[in-house]
Design a protein around this ligand. Structure first.
Ligand SMILES: NC(=O)c1ccc[n+]([C@@H]2O[C@H](COP(=O)([O-])OP(=O)(O)OC[C@H]3O[C@@H](n4cnc5c(N)ncnc54)[C@H](O)[C@@H]3O)[C@@H](O)[C@H]2O)c1
Ligand SMILES: Nc1ncnc2c1ncn2[C@@H]1O[C@H](COP(=O)(O)O)[C@@H](O)[C@H]1O
Ligand SMILES: N[C@@H](CCC(=O)O)C(=O)O
Ligand SMILES: O=P(O)(O)OP(=O)(O)O
Length: 559
């Protein structure tokens, strides 16, 4: 039996176009002789729909679209579609009003509905807010095969693999007891670095442990801060990968279930593990492309300083939306170095993007003049330095607003962590492209980009980072060196280590305390930052929920 995996890229809430994508995949699958088509979790509305689910008219429209899709699908093909369904007992039991479900469609009808059993609530997930958990093991019978149905998190509870039980039940174990022939999984699993290795080793473990063939279908595409990498795959009962779809792009793959052997056959196995840099690059390009497209922007702009952060963002942007659709704005001030302009122009030329120069000296004088009386008798300080950044931010938003460009902001994760950025200045923008990349990773990605030929000019790679807001200023005047800063941040933010634990690894206690205080104090800035593309398992986005007015971490030695 041929089973098709449709690795789709839905737009959240675009029910008609999402249904059309499912229909087109079904037509292709039917032509290729498939009997069953799998689509991702919530494929009809896109994942994550968030609070759209609280809107009854949205839920009703999804129900109608599902019925229409069932009617439109090619005959004789069974199709699993991700949708929501009502919890009819909600009023009497006090539960949530919806299930996160899969509908089995065939010949114009919704044949069966299956509900997601394990609802994730950690990191970016908030499914208990909307959904009631399903209580039953889900399966259906097709051509004498019993096919177990699971939704995303349903597979993430193999206590032998994790070394602990994440939930009380394990849907795979329940299906194995029922002796199903095959388990399919419809997922919307967001990308983070190394996630595919975890998914594959987790499911290899479960496939072998329960002697179950598993087909895992993932969503692909960018939705706000989240990037879905696709890379759907299937495993036979021995835990061997028999098929792997492409990463970071849509795909339709057919796998063959051998009914005599009761197992999946080997089909096409795409190479899986690229270098970390290549993987991050593909994720960010997809994230920018889809954010722009799904928010209806065809052109983007950014401030080009001749520094490495803006150079990387410009390079990603050119790959995402086309070099002819990227505008780099150079805004030298009297404090800017000469190489600021020459390096930015060299980068612009290498990329083939448009560039323009707007000198900001006169605007700075205008600000100084207007503020002169109010600031009289005070020393020149950070507030005056930041005026340059705010003038640039203002000019960039004026251009974005005038010509309907998307402004990309260029802050990296190290800066966002410690607040080394100016609110309403360089933090302006619609999308923070590298906000989840520590500065050391910005460097490694740029070196990787230059592996065959120079894209990022050598001088941008070698000069010391500088905000250039006053003469001779370097980042390292205010911050520890980036390799030290990034190591402390990794331990504190990702590994949840305490100050004492970080100090025990040999870091200077004064620096550790300073960094932790800076992270706490910069929360108010991060809360006002544009959405940042998530590429790690701990990003400053929807999964980061810190208080702003808090004393924890802000007071020296408080922990
Ligand atoms: N702009 C750039 O291009 C750039 C780049 C790199 C580094 N930097 C550095 O970033 C720093 C920016 O300076 P900054 O942080 O003083 O400027 P800022 O204006 O971005 O933030 C400080 C201001 O925010 C407000 N604020 C402080 N705590 C708050 C809270 N809890 N809630 C609400 N508002 C609050 C206050 O008005 C305070 O003066 C400087 O050190 C600068 O050198 C800037
Ligand atoms: N001289 C500049 N021209 C254009 N854009 C600039 C300039 N200086 C800074 N920017 C923008 O602001 C961010 C942050 O700057 P840092 O150098 O990190 O302080 C930069 O990426 C540019 O987008
Ligand atoms: N834990 C899974 C599942 C999430 C889900 O159920 O959507 C993941 O991170 O990919
Ligand atoms: O933000 P940029 O591009 O100016 O990079 P750097 O901070 O390294 O100068």
């Amino acid at each position: 039996m041929k089973i098709a995996i449709a690795q789709l890229n839905p737009t959240i809430g675009d029910l008609s176009n999402n249904a059309q994508k499912i229909l087109e995949a079904a037509q292709q699958a039917a032509v290729q002789g498939a009997r069953l088509l799998l689509t991702p979790e919530l494929s009809l509305c896109g994942y994550p729909p968030r609070d759209l689910l609280l809107n009854p008219s949205f839920v009703a429209a999804m129900g109608m679209k599902l019925q229409q899709l069932a009617t439109d699908l090619p005959p004789n093909l069974y199709v699993l579609v991700g949708t929501v369904s009502p919890n009819l007992k909600a009023d009497s039991t006090g539960g949530k009003s919806l299930f996160n479900s899969i509908a089995l469609l065939r010949d114009g009808q919704v044949k069966q509905i299956f509900h997601k059993r394990l609802l994730p609530t950690y990191d970016v997930f908030d499914e208990n807010r909307y959904f009631e958990p399903g209580l039953q093991a889900n399966y259906f019978t097709l051509d004498n095969l019993d096919i177990g149905v699971t939704i995303c998190e349903d597979l993430w509870n193999d206590e032998q693999f994790f070394g602990k039980r994440n939930y009380a039940v394990n849907p795979i174990a329940d299906l194995a007891i029922l002796r199903v022939d095959l388990i399919v999984n419809l997922s919307a699993s967001p990308y983070s670095l190394g996630k595919q290795q975890s998914r594959e080793s987790m499911l290899q473990h479960s496939a072998v442990r329960f002697s179950q063939a598993i087909i895992y279908t993932n969503q692909v595409g960018g939705n706000d801060d989240l990037i879905f990498d696709g890379r759907s795959f299937a495993l036979n009962r021995q835990g061997e990968i028999v098929c792997r779809a492409r990463g970071f792009t849509t795909d339709l793959v057919i796998v063959e279930f051998d009914q005599a052997q009761r197992d999946l056959q080997l089909s096409s196995v795409a190479p899986v593990y690229q270098s970390q840099e290549e993987e991050i690059w593909q994720a960010l390009v997809l994230g920018v492309r889809d954010y722009a497209q799904k928010c209806h922007f065809s052109q983007v702009l950014l401030g080009l300083s001749g520094g490495i952060d803006s150079a990387l963002v410009a390079t990603i942007a050119a790959a995402a939306v086309g070099k002819e659709n990227v505008l780099g704005v150079l805004m030298p001030s009297p404090y800017s170095s000469e190489h600021s302009v020459s390096d930015a122009l060299a980068l612009g030329e290498n990329l083939g993007i448009q560039t323009t120069i707007l000198k900001i000296g006169e605007l700075m004088s205008g600000f100084d003049h207007t503020l002169a009386d109010l600031f009289a008798g005070t020393e020149f300080g950070i507030a005056q330095e930041n005026i340059q950044s705010r003038i640039r931010g203002n000019l960039l938003m004026a251009i974005a607003n005038k010509f309907n460009y998307l402004l990309l902001s260029t802050g990296n994760k190290s800066e966002m962590a410690v607040g080394y950025c100016t609110l309403y200045g360089d933090m302006n923008g619609g999308l923070a492209v590298i906000a989840d990349l520590p500065k050391t990773r910005v460097y490694s990605l740029c070196h990787w980009l230059n592996r065959d030929r120079e894209i990022i000019p050598a001088n941008i790679l070698t000069k010391p980072p500088s905000a250039e807001l006053k003469p001779g200023q370097l980042d390292q005047d205010s911050l520890p060196s980036y390799d030290i800063l990034d190591d402390i941040l990794e331990r504190y933010i990702h590994n949840h280590q305490s100050a004492a634990q970080i100090m025990a690894t040999g870091h200077d206690p004064v620096i550790v305390n300073q960094v932790i205080q800076m992270v706490a104090r910069a929360e108010f800035k991060r809360r006002q930052a544009p959405p940042g593309l998530k590429i790690t398992d701990r990003a400053f986005g929807t999964g980061w929920r810190m208080p702003i007015a808090s004393n924890w971490g802000a007071v020296k030695n408080a922990w």
